[in-house]
Design a protein around this ligand. Structure first.
Ligand code: 4NP
Length: 155
């Protein structure tokens, strides 16, 4: 059975599509499934933001085939690990959780890089392209740690 990891942000067009693409590129596809979702409903069915597609492309990743979807309660059952991009995503997801098994799956993604410091991946949506480069770097570093952990915990 595959180990399933879900990346969550607000719109599912900027940060979590990048997180999905980056983590998937670091894991063997036969054992791990990576997906992403947004807490909001504005971008259901939409492609990632073109600035996310561009920064991914610059780093040799193609995320252009992804389609936005909204987080749903069933995701707590379907996924083993749920990484959120910022503390407001965390609060929104925890508010939907129904038991401690659900809540224990949810983690702020940058806790992997900066344990217990509650650092957010900044939302680049209203900013410049620089913001997307920074987001890419943060996610790439966090996903290196996550991939190493997942591979060692699920040999
Ligand atoms: P994301 O960024 O959560 O990283 O996908 C956003 C994208 C769209 C909106 C907000 C944040 N929006 O309000 O439409």
């Amino acid at each position: 059975m595959s180990v399933k990891i879900l990346m969550v942000c607000l719109g599912n067009i900027c940060r979590s599509p990048l997180a999905e693409g980056i983590l998937a590129s670091k894991l063997p596809i036969n054992k791990f499934i990576v997906d992403s979702a947004g807490t909001g409903s504005w971008h259901i069915g939409h492609s990632p933001d073109k600035r996310s597609i561009e920064v991914a492309k610059k780093n040799k990743l193609d995320i252009s085939n992804q389609k936005g979807r909204q987080f749903k309660i069933k995701d707590f059952e379907d996924f083993d690990y749920i990484y959120v991009m910022d503390s407001s995503n965390y609060d929104d997801i925890i508010a939907l959780s129904q038991n401690s098994t659900h809540t224990s799956k949810v983690q702020l993604i940058l806790d992997e890089l900066f344990p217990d410091e509650k650092v957010d991946v900044p939302d680049p949506y209203y900013g410049t392209n620089n913001g997307f480069d920074l987001v890419y770097k943060m996610l790439d570093q966090a996903c290196d740690i996550i991939a190493n952990k997942l591979i060692s915990e699920h040999p």
